[in-house]
Design a protein around this ligand. Structure first.
Ligand code: NAD
Length: 361
């Protein structure tokens, strides 16, 4: 089975990537969780398609199952949902060693992962990501959490999963807009670490958008390997893990000023990477041609490369509120060439304004 090992000093796990990986869910868990019961939390979009596969596999391995369908949607990633999931687990007296499984996109993984991190001070957590973004990004690395009215992902924990099973047949039902959002994160990985992956992704975009099974499995495997390497080097984001935030300083401001969900996260990351690359080129950090290359591949993936945005003052104010602001300095992850990025917090406001202008419709 194609798999990527993830190793930290205190934990290790394997990301399995293949069509029908969910058929092995029960057997995979038997190797890491000996409890007699398990909890399966399901994204509503996959309740009729993937949940039966997961359930059958868990029951065949002898797990007594607590199954619950999540509300779904970013607006459900909050503390009210956390409490509701605690009630499900406490109501069924789920024991400490029992695995808690998230079957769904990044919203399900973050929410259920936070519950797993805190229920009985932490129980084994299993990620079964069903969106491209969740497969290549959110299911690997152990960040879990929820949103509060003050901002996104402000309450959370690091809680590494004990196993990740990315069943690539899930991508057959994914709306194309969500597929494109995942592609934006894959292009981000290529820009920060892997020029060969950038070229491969550009070439394979028609096959990927046509949901070619082999191409998608290869895309997921290569991207998981990058995400895993970055988080293994810096589990708690004290250094290079911040490179994964390429494009995000602009993206979070775009999401905040346009209202969450209008421009999806991956779409905002695509625009944010373009703005960041404009910024890098304008201060002489990277060749100007990099922006053109990036714009071409994002456009070929069907992602917007410009957007209607409010005035600069609102955008700059939104940037100043971001989590990544350290001692009142806005911190950017900027490319120096294809495959390498650096952190900068000494950028003039005029350069930031010019970067915003470059993506304004
Ligand atoms: P999501 O979980 O909301 O899924 C997107 C949509 O696709 C939802 O409507 C969902 O119901 C539906 N869906 C899921 N799987 C499907 C399938 N196989 N077929 C059809 N529809 C399906 O969004 P997402 O993009 O997967 O994740 C975004 C979330 O991930 C955000 O909350 C973000 O903060 C978080 N995130 C976390 C990390 C991390 O490291 N923990 C990293 C990146 C993003």
């Amino acid at each position: 089975m194609p798999s990527v090992p993830v190793r930290f000093p205190q934990h290790r796990y394997t990301v399995v990537i293949e069509p029908r990986a969910l058929e092995h869910l029960g057997a995979s868990l038997r190797a890491v969780a000996t409890a007699s019961s398990a909890a399966l939390f399901v994204d509503p979009a996959v309740r009729g398609t993937l949940a039966p596969l997961a359930r059958a596999s868990l029951e065949a391995s002898g797990y007594e199952l607590v199954e619950h369908v999540l509300p779904g949607g970013e607006e459900s990633k909050n503390l009210d949902s956390v409490r509701a999931l605690y009630d499900v687990l406490l109501g069924r007296k789920l024991e400490r060693g029992a695995p808690v499984i998230a079957l769904g996109g990044g919203v399900s993984g973050d929410l259920v992962g936070f519950v797993a991190a805190t229920y009985l001070r932490g129980v084994p957590f299993v990620q079964c990501p069903t969106t491209l973004l969740a497969m290549v990004d959110s299911s690997v690395g152990g960040k879990v959490g929820v949103n509060v009215t003050q901002g996104k992902n402000l309450i959370g924990a690091f809680h590494q999963p004990v196993a990740v099973l990315a069943d690539t047949i899930a991508l057959r039902t994914l709306p194309v807009r969500e597929l494109r959002c995942g592609l934006a994160e894959c292009i981000k990985h290529a820009v920060i670490r892997d020029p060969a992956l950038f070229a491969w992704t550009r070439e394979m975009l028609p096959a990927l958008l046509a949901l070619d099974a082999d191409a998608l499995a290869a895309l997921v495997a290569r991207n998981v390997a990058i995400k895993a390497a970055v988080v293994m080097a810096d589990e708690k984001e004290t250094g290079e893990r911040a490179h994964l935030n390429f494009g995000h300083t602009f993206a979070h401001a775009i999401e905040a000023v346009t209202g969450y969900g209008v421009i999806l996260h991956g779409e905002a990351v695509a625009l944010g990477m373009l703005a960041a690359t404009t910024l890098a080129a304008s201060i002489g950090m990277c060749p100007g041609g990099l922006r053109d290359e990036l714009e071409a591949v994002l456009a070929a993936a069907g992602l917007a490369v410009r957007a209607r945005l409010p005035d600069d003052e609102r955008l700059l104010a939104a940037m100043a509120l971001d989590k990544k602001v350290v001692r009142a300095r806005i911190r950017f992850v900027l490319p120096t060439r294809l495959g390498a990025v650096e952190l900068r917090d000494d950028v003039e406001p005029s350069a930031i304004r010019a970067a915003w202008k470059s993506i304004r419709a």
